[in-house]
Design a protein around this ligand. Sequence first.
Ligand code: PMP
Length: 361
Amino acid sequence: MSEATTPRFRSVLDHFVAYKPGKVVVSPEGRSFKLSSNESPQGPLPSVQKAIELAARNINRYPDNNATALVEAIASRFGVTPEHIAVGCGSVGVSQMLLEAVAEPGVEVVYAWRSFEAYPLLVGLSGATGVQVPLADETHDLDAMADAITDRTRLVFVCNPNNPTGTIVRRAELLRFLDRVPPHVLVVLDEAYREYVRDEDVPDGMDLFRELDRPNLAILRTFSKAYGLAGLRIGFVVAHPAVATAIRKTYLPFSVNSIAQTAGVASLAATDELLARVDETVKERHRVRDGLLADGWTVPPTEANFVWLRLGERTLDFSSACDAAGVSVRPFAGEGVRVSIGSPEENDAFLSVAHAYPHRN
Ligand code: PMP
């Protein structure tokens, strides 16, 4: 292409690189184990598969823009009314909607760092300023996050468990934090990995939401992880009706498609079966972490479907060793590697790479 003058873009884009999803690698022997995106290792349940096939017959029609059946099913699952709910194209889409509702130049959005890599991207695109509060001991430092709130702050993300460290925020510290947050600041508790939590000190955001009845607390969830529907892109937020109404105003028309809506409803109807699968992942999580610890690795306790290895300068070297064995992991250069918990076979493939690697972290 010629060096022609291009149209003008927003200056904020100059500093951005597009989101880089977890990759897939194949070993020279043709082996491929994808442990880079925290997905469910299992495909849809037969009942969900059937619902998807039925819904696929009607895709000449637009989806229900209000996602009525899905919203009702979410409301009844979590003991709230439909007025409390906004849905979107993945919880990343809902995060963007949340920011569309509160963010503009001059506004600050506080979040921990390192945390979910979409936060800086979405905050930057919104025109707001991101305020990153370093993790302490791989965990949210909620006192420092409360200290970081100013008159300009309108939103705080708390990712619990945190991606990519798997670490958690406990009930007492979260309550203390919420007491310090002024009412005009919306706290978004991102619980993408909630279903994998087994530590009883970690509050379930939905219980907390009903119990506290605070207009500035919103709970963000996804169908992409425990519910195994990453490819269909459904996320939702439970919030005070006034907050949910504002968020719904930012909904890109029809952005939760009809197959996704139907699959979401069918998945909620099969919650028990899906959560039984989550138990298997939790068991594997223990096996993987225990195996790594026994092998001399340092691995923070994790309540999510992944483990975190802080590797610093060795990060890319270790991820290349994984690539060579066909195990795709998620490296954060100079920091560490996040490895999803997959099927027993996938986890074994990862454990053998870690075992054979000549250094420990
Ligand atoms: N929040 C967190 C903490 C995540 O790790 C992810 C996925 N990696 C998401 C939100 C987004 O999930 P989705 O858009 O698939 O719902």
